[in-house]
Design a protein around this ligand. Structure first.
Ligand code: PBG
Length: 321
């Protein structure tokens, strides 16, 4: 006598009944890159099939998102002008603030999340205010607060700080509350590792550090207990959603966060994960659709409640086929 596990794999009907994890379009959040200028929809070399949009062409991607069934987008801006303090990041007329207002004008349904960070706006490319070679944690907090507040004033539904400064969730929460935005949630990039997988993004956002690296603020890839320390701090400071980033090489961190907290978990499947699959597919080495969906499924199975992915629009179509 032995167990016949294969009975429940006999045909697609029974397989679909016992399937534990299923992807749907509303699992996905789509990153959108916005640039200054006019009449721009330019493919991002490092992220094929993703584009830089100028404000006047955002309606094209808004329509695609609405039709895809994807509910949320996360915005990244590339300003024309960078300076030491990233002043375009909190300007009322900054690229992101304009993009938020435009998307809100175009769509009632799309949920707009914004990445709150300084690296796209500073001329040195670091995620905060620099003193010497050091990113000054506490001085940076004031700027992060201003950036987040300006996004929310422009109409953002949720803010997502990605800078990895200590105390940013508390700072942002207090400032939003003081200004009456008690209902705007914070999705914190809590366990954000210092990863080579961000390479293609930095090309897309023109945000690579001009000296040094991000090792003094982003996490060491060898650590998982430290992820929990970061996550606990963010929960205490008032984060509503916890993020693990990157996703594919950190599925253990996602699972651990899911088991140890009762918070919603977001996974960010980052640019390098996407670019590798695109390149492998282009070389004819892999089946792109199956590989991409299997990767996204593994993130959900590991415990992610939502996944930020450059595949969002394509995957939404595939999972409905
Ligand atoms: C900003 C930020 C980065 C990413 C998201 N927000 C870059 C970085 O930390 O260097 C990376 C996203 C990706 O690789 O897809 N700090």
């Amino acid at each position: 006598m032995f167990n016949r596990h294969r009975r429940l794999r006999n045909n697609e009907a029974i397989r679909s009944m016992v399937r534990e994890t299923v992807l749907t379009p509303n699992d996905f959040i789509y990153p959108i890159f916005v640039v200054e200028g006019e009449n721009i929809k330019k493919e991002i070399t490092s992220l094929p099939n993703n584009y830089h949009y100028s404000i006047d062409r955002l309606h094209e991607v808004v329509k695609e998102v609405e039709e895809s069934g994807v509910r949320g987008v996360i915005l990244f801006g590339i300003p024309e002008h960078k300076d030491e303090i990233g002043s375009q990041g909190y300007s009322d007329n900054g690229i992101i603030q304009k993009a938020i207002r435009k998307i809100k004008e175009l769509s009632k349904d799309i949920y707009v999340i914004t990445d709150v960070c300084m690296c796209e706006y500073t001329d040195h490319g670091h995620c905060g205010i620099i003193h010497g070679e050091n990113v000054d944690n506490d001085e940076t907090l004031n700027y992060l607060g201003r950036i987040a507040l300006s996004h929310v004033k422009a109409g953002a539904d949720m803010v997502a700080p990605s800078d990895m400064m200590d105390g940013r969730v508390k700072t942002i929460r207090e400032l939003l509350d003081k200004n009456g935005y008690v209902d705007i949630p914070i999705m914190s990039y809590s366990a954000k590792y210092c990863s080579a997988f961000y390479g293609p993004f930095r090309e897309a956002a023109n945000s690579a550090p001009q000296f040094g690296d991000r090792k003094t603020y982003q996490m060491d890839p060898g650590n998982i207990r430290e992820a929990m320390v970061e996550i606990e701090s963010d929960i205490m400071e008032g984060a509503d959603i916890i993020m693990v980033k990157p996703a594919l090489s950190y599925l253990d961190v996602i699972r651990w966060a899911k088991d140890k907290t009762n918070m919603p978990i977001a996974a960010y499947s980052v640019s390098g994960e996407y670019a590798m699959v695109k390149a492998g597919a282009k070389a004819g080495l892999i089946d792109e659709k199956r590989i991409a969906l299997e990767m996204l499924l593994s993130m959900k199975r590991a415990g992610a409640d939502m996944i930020i992915t450059y595949y969002a629009l394509e995957a939404a179509k595939w999972v409905r086929e």
